[in-house]
Design a protein. Structure first.
Lengths: 572, 672
């Protein structure tokens, strides 16, 4: 299985290389080749998914040495290893990436005809970057993939984007690069701290996580001021990930990048790239500097809550559908970081599954927006309306994705948002209450968007590129409830790209068990570590300013008070 | 069979869901027959619930199925079968079957026919799940589920902007309520033993004893907040009248008989908690009372037949809450059973009234403005008679169903005023005031119901024509279903049997079900065995209260007579009254301007916040970031540039100092 993981990660890169070698390839051939590669990658990912052992918390599918370390030496004396492997958290993000690539390719199917081979080559190399990032078990590898993802996305936006694509791509690049440099400092500091107290130079993420939690240095467990080592390192790491998420107030690059990005770029940007931020916060900030998170809790929770409400309010102000969805991502990602910073298992499990959910629903929303943008060349809600009359199937997709995004029960958003809010309620009820307002506002902007785009009499702007638009013109299609649209009907490739997402929206909502079952073993050690370090900190220093005492003394972990109904015994 | 069903109660919600899915997937081929799987699914669900209703003894809990399982939170699919559940379940599936049959005639020819039945099936499934749920969190799930179906059905005629707006409003107002429900759940989770949100665990006496008074007060108030949205009470009732934009069968089933009673059901279900906080009970009663009166006053002047019915529903739901709130001390069982009985009878007669209104609307080619038609009793005799029976039940005239149930609520209120005299820090005057307001409201109800009946069916025969002064061509075109469905061409005909047979069945229920189940104690006996209710001391039956029955009946009959004088024949009195009390008339006609006030008080500030956020984002945050981007540049110019002074000695010094600094840092790191 270990070589299978390796193959899955690098297969898209091979495909990208082949496509890049023939930049003049006809778009029909290019898209077909790309489709073959992403389908093969998805098949491999599903194979890995099936072979994953849900009971293990240790990363799987990695090459393991006899002494338990992953991978094989890469940069000789430095201790950098080429180590791949996935655990329950990265497994799902890995699979999500493979899935969304299908949607991304299908949504470029007709819209990218110029320089198509390059476009697909960029998409595929982006996929390798993302897959590698989620499968990395070595800090250096993680960082390399982390930076590598910027390059294809930069070119995707810069070459295939809208009118303002240059500014958008440069802003996006510089913004995220600036943040990730600070993250690099933080990562080096982590390695340095571990090295200076144990004499072991390692870049292995599992080893660092475990080692830092049991460091023989009391200063490491004192996090009571801004100068404490865990707090400082937390902030360094945070800089890059918070921009990626993006958390308020580091979010302004996002709407700009989305509006200019081509549909495929938006799908991957919102669907997967933003999750890199959440993933990093989980893997590094929470797993390695939990006391920093605890010390900074009031700030982090406040920023998350502000992001939720602020993103929702800003979404309500938008007139461009894509901008609206972009701001909705700010709000929804706020929920995810809120769950992470609740620092308990409830919120963290919710946040982890919500990353998958958000990837699916937002990917679907962007794909839906791309479908009509391709036909009408506008996303201004004032210029369109009643698109249900254009395509009921498309309307169904958009409504389902919106309802999923609005956290309607039995659709996917709910199974994430409810535990997140409850998790935050456990730690700090006021934050949870304010965040819940975001649930109301979230429904507001989504339904408002639906009202203007899907409902009402059909209203189409002048249709470009369709067969009969020239003769009919826009004049008679304005305002009246025309039953028939001039626009090209929804194509098979668009249906094929959206259908798997729709199926998952319902499936996760109804039966999230397989997801949670694999997530839990991966989050449990992190939560246990947080609880243990909190105790450690309390033991070494009696008064901790921000440790909110739990109402009842809870066992260290997995803070999962069993319910009467035998929490795990039964299954569907 | 019964035993099997009790242990597999999930079959009941699954059946309509399967029907709905068949209609959704097969609609392309089934077309005009799309109602078959749904009607069959709901019908079978009804048969199954009858088995449960008759076979249930005590209560049973089938094995739960896992759903959400994360650290600290477990929400299983956990159902229960007890008195309250089986009563609700039979009522829901019975009314839903009839409405589905009616709809197969009413919706015929509509291009969205399969979609209608698909969502209809989903709704019945969610509603069945809601009443079967044995866990507060799962109740919340279906609570939102019925809301989503309501959203999709109110916005069924998607091209109609008013329908789209009404659907959005319904969902959002309910979301505001759900907000309270969710917070209440979190709170309950944090105070309940083992964090188990199942009814049995929460209502466990030792558990309730450990929850503080403040927490109980907060949780039950939050639940009640959610109930005011779902069950259309002040201050969150505003969505229900607008929801009449949906097809009439939807109004009959969802917005009269079933979904809107979910709030009443939730509070009734929470009785073991609610009885511990009399403050909340008084609040529930008072809010119900205010709502009942306000809605009745608005209904007095509405000209849209469906709106009259909608406000009447709001008002009757208010009665149910008055009853629920009256259950203080030993009265709890009696009051709750009374309220649930009114919920039960109301479902039949209000569904009947809506379907009869739908029959009128269908026959009038989509016109529902009562000023544009009159004297329909000859053209539509069956509709007229069934409507009259429903109206009599709504007015609470002996021996129709509404009489028995409304009377129980009034009696409970009267007893509550005696009961609360002993309570410390409590005001018995509250219940006295509520009682008399309820009696006045009963008279108002009789008046507006009579008005609607006489304006529609009495007087000289008149059919809608485009030359009416009130006619609004856009309105005509917008309302109702497609005009190319064959039978809308001739206006003013009796509805086909597919539509009037459900009417007739419901009329029989509206006539007899109250007298059959009320005074005989059958209903009370069935419901009072619900766990949670059964443990509360005090009898579920009380002496029949003749005084109240006589007062309320007399009031209703007088009001009915007045409505006949005003509207049953040609009269100028209403116009004169409207002229004389113009401000009051306008206030009622314009629904006391509540929508406008909300727009000003809530949407206004929200819009301001939205504009502020947008401004802040484009101007402040963006510029802050740009400013931050300047820092490296300034840093380069004023800090780094001077270093590049070309002096080798200086470079050497800096290098040495830096190495020393680094060494120092490493030493500090390893020593401390």
């Amino acid at each position: 299985m270990a070589s299978l993981l390796l193959l899955t990660v690098f297969l898209p890169l091979v495909g990208a290389a082949v496509l890049a070698a023939s930049p003049g390839l006809d778009y029909r051939k290019a898209r077909r080749n790309a489709l073959v590669v992403v389908l093969a990658t998805l098949a491999l990912s599903l194979f890995l998914l099936a072979g994953f052992d849900p009971d293990k918390s240790r990363p799987q599918f990695g090459f393991e040495d006899g002494d338990g370390s992953f991978g094989f030496p890469w940069m000789g004396q430095l201790g950098v290893r080429f180590a791949l492997g996935v655990d329950g958290v990265s497994l799902w993000l890995f699979a999500l990436t493979s899935l969304l690539m299908i949607t991304a390719v299908f949504s470029s199917w007709e819209s990218i005809k110029e320089r198509a081979a390059t476009h697909y080559a960029l998409l595929l190399s982006l996929q390798t970057g993302l897959l590698g990032l989620f499968a990395s078990l070595d800090v250096v590898m993680f960082y390399i993939f982390f930076e590598f993802t910027l390059i294809p996305l930069f070119f995707l936006i810069g070459l295939y984007g809208g009118h303002d694509r240059k500014r958008a791509s440069v802003t996006f690049f510089l913004y995220t690069l600036a943040g990730s440099l600070l993250t690099l400092l933080g990562v080096i500091a982590l390695v340095g701290v571990y090295y200076s107290h144990t004499g072991i130079l390692t870049f292995s993420m599992p080893e660092l996580t475990k080692g830092l939690a049991t460091l023989k240095w009391d200063g490491w467990f004192e996090a009571d001021s801004w100068a404490s080592p865990q707090v400082v390192i937390f902030l360094l790491l945070f800089a890059g990930f918070a921009i990626k998420v993006p958390m308020f107030p580091f979010h302004t690059w996002l709407p700009l990048a989305h509006v200019e990005a081509p549909t495929a770029g938006s799908i991957l940007l919102a669907g997967v790239m933003l999750k890199v931020g959440g993933y990093g916060l989980f893997r590094f900030n929470l797993a390695m500097t939990p006391l920093g998170a605890q010390f900074l809790f009031p700030w982090l929770a406040a920023l998350s809550v502000i992001g939720i409400v602020y993103g929702a309010l800003a979404a309500l102000a938008q007139t461009d559908v894509k901008r609206l969805v972009a701001y909705s991502s700010v709000s929804h990602m706020g929920f995810i970081v809120l769950g992470l910073f609740s620092l308990n298992g409830t919120g963290m499990d919710g946040a982890m599954i919500q990353m998958i959910n958000h990837g699916i629903t937002t990917g679907a929303l962007f794909a839906c927006v791309g479908v009509f943008y391709e036909r009408y060349h506008t996303r201004e809600m004032a210029e369109l309306g009643g698109l249900w009359n254009w395509s009921p199937l498309w309307a169904f997709f958009l409504i389902l994705a919106s309802l999923g995004s609005a956290a309607v029960p039995l659709l996917n958003g709910f199974v994430g948002e409810f535990p997140i809010l409850l998790g935050m309620y456990r730690r700090s009820p006021p934050h949870a209450v304010i965040a819940a307002i975001g649930m109301v506002l979230g429904a507001y902007y989504l339904l408002w968007m639906l009202e203007r785009v899907v409902f009402g009499p059909l209203k189409e702007p002048h249709v470009h590129g369709s067969d009969d638009s020239a003769s009919h013109g826009a004049a008679d299609s304005h305002g009246h409830g025309h039953a028939h649209s001039h626009a090209r009907p929804i194509g098979w490739h668009e249906i094929a790209g959206l259908t798997p997402l729709m199926v998952l929206i319902v499936f996760i909502g109804v039966y999230p068990k397989p997801f949670f079952d694999r997530l839990r073993p991966a989050t449990e050690p992190v939560v246990a570590n947080i609880t243990a370090e909190e105790h450690h900190a309390k033991a070494t220093k009696p008064v901790t300013a921000f440790a909110r005492p739990e109402s009842a003394p809870t066992p260290p972990q997995p803070a999962a008070p069993a319910t009467n109904v035998s929490p795990r015994g039964h299954s569907l | 069979m019964t035993e099997f069903l009790i242990h597999n109660a999930w079959i009941v919600p699954i059946l309509p869901l399967i029907g709905g899915i068949c209609a959704a997937v097969g609609g392309r081929w089934l077309k005009g027959n799309s109602h078959f799987p749904v009607v069959a699914g709901i019908g079978l669900a009804f048969v199954a619930s009858l088995f449960l209703l008759l076979g249930e003894a005590g209560h049973a809990q089938p094995t739960p199925l896992g759903w959400i399982e994360v650290a600290g939170l477990t929400i299983p699919f956990q159902f229960r079968v007890d008195g309250l559940t089986t009563m609700m379940l039979s009522m829901v599936t019975f009314v839903a079957s009839l409405v589905a049959i009616f709809a197969s005639g009413y919706m015929a020819g509509d291009p969205g026919y399969p979609r209608f039945f698909a969502v209809f099936g989903m709704f019945v499934s969610s509603m069945a799940g809601l009443v079967l749920s044995s866990n507060f969190a799962l109740t919340y799930v279906f609570w939102e589920g019925v809301g989503v179906c309501s959203y999709l059905l109110v916005g069924f005629w998607h091209s109609k902007p008013s329908a789209a707006a009404a659907a959005k409003k319904a969902f959002l107002v309910n979301r505001v309520g759900d907000f309270g429900f969710a917070i209440g759940l979190f709170w309950l989770w944090s105070v309940t033993k083992n964090h188990d949100l199942s009814y049995d665990a929460v209502f466990d006496a030792t558990n309730l004893a450990t929850i503080g008074h403040g927490a109980l007060l907060g949780i039950t108030l939050l639940f009640f907040w959610a109930a005011t949205a779902k069950s259309a009470q002040v201050p969150l009732y505003v969505w229900l009248p607008d929801a009449m934009e949906g097809p009439t069968p939807v109004s009959a089933l969802i917005h009269a008989a079933t979904m809107v009673t979910a709030g009443v059901y939730l509070i009734a279900r929470s009785t073991p908690m609610v009885v511990l906080v009399p403050e909340v009970q008084a609040t529930v009663s008072v809010i119900g009372c205010i709502t009942a009166l306000l809605a009745a006053l608005i209904a007095l002047t509405q000209n849209d037949l469906k709106r009259v019915m909608a406000y009447s529903t709001v008002s009757q739901l208010g009665y149910m809450f008055m009853g629920l709130g009256a259950g203080i001390g030993g009265l709890a069982s009696f009051a709750v059973v009374g309220a649930m009985f009114h919920l039960f009878t109301h479902a039949f007669f209000k569904a009947l009234l809506f379907l009869a209104s739908g029959s009128v609307m269908h026959s009038m080619g989509g016109v529902i403005d009562m000023r544009r038609f009159s004297g329909l009793r000859k053209k539509m005799p069956i509709t007229c008679i069934t409507f009259a029976i429903g109206a009599a039940a709504l007015m609470g005239i002996f021996p129709f169903a509404g009489f028995w149930s409304k009377d129980e609520i009034l009696a409970a209120l009267k007893l509550a005023s005696h009961e609360s005299e002993g309570l410390k820090g409590f005001y018995p005057e509250i219940y006295i005031a509520v009682y008399w307001t309820a009696i006045v409201t009963a008279a108002l109800t009789a008046f507006y119901t009579g008005r609607a009946f006489f304006m529609t069916f009495w007087g000289e025969e008149k059919l809608p024509s485009p030359h009416d002064p009130e006619a609004d061509p856009a309105e005509d075109a917008a309302h109702g279903h497609g005009h190319d469905d064959g039978h809308a061409h001739e206006i003013g005909h009796e509805s086909p049997p597919l539509m009037w047979i459900p009417l007739a069945i419901l009329a029989v229920c509206a006539f007899g079900i109250g007298g059959l189940l009320g005074p005989t104690g059958l209903f009370a006996h069935h419901v009072e065995h619900t766990p949670g209710l059964a443990e509360i001391e005090g009898a579920a039956h009380h002496e029949f209260d003749y005084a109240t029955a006589i007062i309320s009946s007399a009031g209703a009959l007088i009001a009915l007579a007045v409505s006949y004088l005003f509207y049953g024949r040609k009269s100028t009195i209403p116009a004169q009254l409207a002229e004389r009390f113009r401000p009051a008339y306008l206030a009622s006609l314009n629904k006391f301007y509540v929508d406008e006030i909300y727009a000003m008080v809530i949407l206004g500030p929200l819009k301001f916040l939205v504009a502020t956020a947008a401004f802040f984002d484009t101007v402040v945050v963006d510029n802050l970031v740009l400013a931050a981007a300047w820092i490296p540049r300034l840093f380069g110019r004023y800090v780094l540039a001077p270093f590049q002074n070309g002096l080798v000695q200086f470079y050497a010094a800096v290098t040495a100092l830096s190495v020393a600094g680094l060494l120092f840092v490493f030493m500090w790191l390893s020593l401390s």
